[in-house]
Design a protein around this ligand. Structure first.
Ligand code: TNX
Length: 776
């Protein structure tokens, strides 16, 4: 990569001097997002783009004219030059679009630049479209009537065939123009599938001719909850829907940008929008209301009622008539079985269809799979394939169902092993409704979580656990934008950009990762965001903290960097660093409780302030070793989190600070480095029973001088949890029987193996979330 850059620079400088241009002549840079597979720069003159350059296409090639129009538009937006469009070839001063690349991947393209012409050659209209996007992104983004395009050849193709971005228009509604802007955002990032989440508990947005009340009643709610399900409502009626004509317009707009609109009708849960309109579709008959709060409702479609199956068929017929997508999403997520267990019709259906429980699945889970299979079979008759969230695995799935793995990667792994095609969209990396900074006080309010751009960028969509054959079932990658806490489209953009750039790299590029290089390219891409008037987050410009192994227990060692080596200044008292504050040129060692604050300055302009509290105990920085692993999706950087001086925050279990154990226990040994006297051990747990997270059922502490022979110092046990407990932190301060001298401390905390009978997960394993163990 540095070699390519320096070559590029050399080529450009050489070009500049040969042609006698001043060095400031703006030049294109093909280090774009997604990063092209191969870029070969050559010596010699490049192409000089001027207003006399023409864009030429072949009128016999379908979609060619539209591609050419896009290119003319982009060049005008990025440079101010208005080029003309032609079908007449000439030998000089021309950008030629063709679709005659011979390649087995229809989205592949090549770009060849010499001093006479630029040829954008796609293996199809889509391939040519991606060539156009690459050239667009390579342009310098500066008003100019002379731009040098370096002489080069680019060969590129996508890694994954399905490259998705999702938008929830139910929780909040976004008008057609916003949806089109979202499609423009997708196009810029070479995304080819728009997952349109059209229905949910909070509003039905798809106008049905056969069931008009779905929008008359189901698209409107009486108000919206204030904050995080506070029980207070704003009382402001809210609603909206798309007519079939508008939906067709969206489909056409997407198609011009080589994007398939994949509609989702979420069933059998998340259906209050429909139930409010047609209460006879529910188990109790209602009355129901379009939901004003967030979460998972117990009221779902009645799976024992033939009318419901008819409703599903009818709606899918209408959906398929509007959306030509080969895939249709039927949801399938988060469907509580409470109503079905008590519903005579559902129970009769279970009996009639012999949907008995087995070792793995309950009868109600089999009933869910019965309903989902019905939808899948109907879609098949219509020549379409069904996509569902990973819950469709419960009770079994049909062979051609496509599974979207959202609860981490586990569902995707299971599905691939079963031979099902999979789209990876794990919430741990690809939920753009999660916070992208830890400094949530200075962020617009979000649903929770912690998902900085770097997490998304680091994600590898093919799990290591899969064989090559199983890996072949991972057909794509997608990110989701749920909008419970996103009421304005500008906030959709803020949450999405530039995380979408990281997504785009995962979806398209197969090159080795380099986060700093990514940030440099993303910074260039933000100029297009800016030109387009799109709101975007600026965290990539902030310093990144690096937590280094410490040289002495009782301290932490931290460094900070930016992708462009902008100077970083810091303070240790939590105040905003100014350019007069010390510069962080080497790692800082912190030996007492402090707040580190770092800021990057560029031409006098400060980045955000990145702050980190450290609570230093005598054992901070000691090596922690886990004897049983946390759940893969709650492992993050592993055991080091337990002694890093950073306390898990009290707002969310999935903020990246807390290690989450399920089926396994916390079993951790801390090496204090030398014989140490102590009389207390403290550790913290995060309890949040609605999210299946319980406190420890028993705690054991042992100590050892040699790491081999341990002596038990402490033991306690606790009863099962009696009632719902909202998110909170419990600090377990354990007093040892006296002063102990040891080098190794082993702490075990047993997780809840069976959720208590009153809990929705009764009998199934719960979670234990732990952070920061100290020995003092
Ligand atoms: C889970 S992802 C949901 C959505 C929520 C989302 C919030 C999925 C299939 N279900 O209904 O909006 O979490 O992050």
């Amino acid at each position: 990569m540095p070699r390519i850059l320096s070559l590029l620079l050399a080529a450009v400088l050489c070009l500049g001097s040969r042609c006698g241009f001043a060095q400031q002549t703006p030049h294109a840079d093909f280090a774009v997002i997604p990063y092209p597979e191969r870029t070969m720069l050559s010596m010699g003159k490049g192409f000089v783009l001027t207003p006399s350059t023409v864009v030429c296409y072949d009128r016999r090639e379908a979609g060619a004219r539209r591609n050419a129009e896009f290119l003319v538009q982009y060049i005008a937006e990025r440079t101010g030059m208005a080029l003309s469009l032609t079908t007449k070839r000439r030998s000089d001063d021309i950008i030629l679009l063709t679709q005659d690349l011979v390649h087995d991947n229809k989205e592949a393209y090549e770009i060849a630049v010499n001093h006479q012409r630029i040829v954008l050659r796609g293996a199809s209209a889509s391939g040519a479209f991606y060539a156009v996007q690459t050239l667009r992104k390579a342009l310098p983004g500066r008003l100019s009537d002379r731009i040098i395009i370096p002489r080069c050849t680019i060969k590129d193709k996508p890694r994954f065939a399905y490259r998705g971005a999702h938008l929830d228009v139910s929780r909040h509604f976004f008008p057609v123009d916003s949806v089109k802007t979202y499609l423009d955002m997708c196009a810029l990032h070479a995304i080819n599938a728009f997952h349109f989440h059209l229905t949910d508990d909070q509003g039905w947005r798809f106008a049905s001719k056969k069931y008009p009340r779905l929008t008359e009643v189901g698209s409107q709610r009486a108000g919206t909850v204030i904050g995080h399900n506070t029980g207070e409502y704003d009382g402001v009626p809210y609603g909206g829907y798309y007519t079939q004509e508008q939906l067709r317009d969206i489909v056409a707009y997407a198609a011009e940008r080589h994007i398939t609109v994949v509609p989702e009708i979420d069933m059998p849960g998340h259906m209050l929008g429909a139930l409010a309109a047609y209460p006879e579709l529910g188990c109790t008959g209602g009355p129901y209301a379009v939901w004003q709060q967030w979460g998972v409702s117990d009221d779902v479609l009645c799976a024992g009622n033939d009318k419901v199956y008819q409703f599903i068929d009818d709606i899918l017929d209408e959906v398929c008539a509007i959306f030509p997508s080969p895939y249709i999403h039927i949801g399938g997520d988060e469907c509580p079985k409470t109503r079905w267990k008590a519903c005579p019709k559902c129970q009769a259906m279970i009996a009639r269809e012999h949907l008995a429980s087995d070792a793995r699945y309950s009868a109600e889970e089999c009933l869910q799979s019965h309903l989902i299979r019905h939808a899948g079979a109907h879609l098949k008759q219509l020549g379409r394939r069904m996509i569902g969230w990973d819950e469709i695995l419960e009770g079994g799935t049909d062979e051609d169902a496509i599974v979207m793995s959202w609860r981490g990667e586990e569902g995707g792994i299971e599905a691939a092993r079963l031979g099902r095609d999979v789209i990876m969209t794990p919430n741990t990396y690809l939920y753009f409704d999660y916070y992208m900074s830890r400094d949530i006080a200075n962020e617009p309010s979000c649903i929770g979580g912690y998902l900085p751009v770097s997490y998304t960028y680091q994600y590898e969509p093919i799990p290591e656990a899969l064989t090559a054959e199983e890996a072949g079932h991972i057909i794509g990658v997608q990110a989701n934008v749920w909008t419970e806490y996103i009421a304005e489209f500008s906030k959709v953009q803020y949450m999405t950009l530039p995380r979408m750039a990281a997504l785009s790299e995962l979806q398209w590029s197969n090159r080795p990762k380099n986060y700093d290089g990514f940030c440099r390219r993303a910074a260039a891409l933000t100029r297009i965001y800016h030109e387009q008037g799109w709101n975007f987050a600026r965290h990539i410009f902030d310093p990144t903290l690096h937590f280094l192994p410490t040289d002495s227990v009782g301290t932490v060692k931290v460094s900070a960097s930016t992708f462009d080596d902008a100077p970083i200044h810091y303070t240790l008292d939590g105040t905003m660093p100014s350019e007069a504050s010390p510069r962080m040129t080497a790692p800082v060692v912190i030996d007492s409780t402090a707040t580190l604050s770092v800021v990057a300055y560029r031409r006098g302009i400060a980045s955000h302030q990145v702050r980190q509290d450290f609570v230093i105990a005598p054992s901070t920085g000691a090596t922690a070793t886990l004897l049983s692993p946390p759940a893969a999706r709650y492992t993050y950087d592993g055991a080091r989190a337990l002694t890093d001086g950073i306390l898990g925050d009290a707002t969310a279990f999935n903020s990246g600070c807390w290690l989450g154990f399920t089926e396994a226990d916390l079993d951790c040994t801390i090496d204090l480095g030398q014989m140490t006297t102590f009389d207390g051990v403290t550790f913290r747990t995060f309890v949040d029973t609605p999210n299946w997270i319980f406190d420890a059922r028993s705690i054991t502490v042992e100590a050892s001088a040699d790491g081999q022979h341990f002596v038990r110092l402490y033991w306690e046990s606790a009863e099962p949890c009696q009632a719902e407990e909202q998110a909170h932190v419990v600090t377990h301060s354990l007093r040892m029987p006296g002063h102990v001298e040891a080098r190794y401390v082993r702490l075990r905390a047993e997780s809840e193996k069976a959720c208590p009978p009153w809990h929705t997960g009764a009998g199934q394993p719960g979670f234990l979330f732990v952070d920061e163990i100290t020995v003092e």
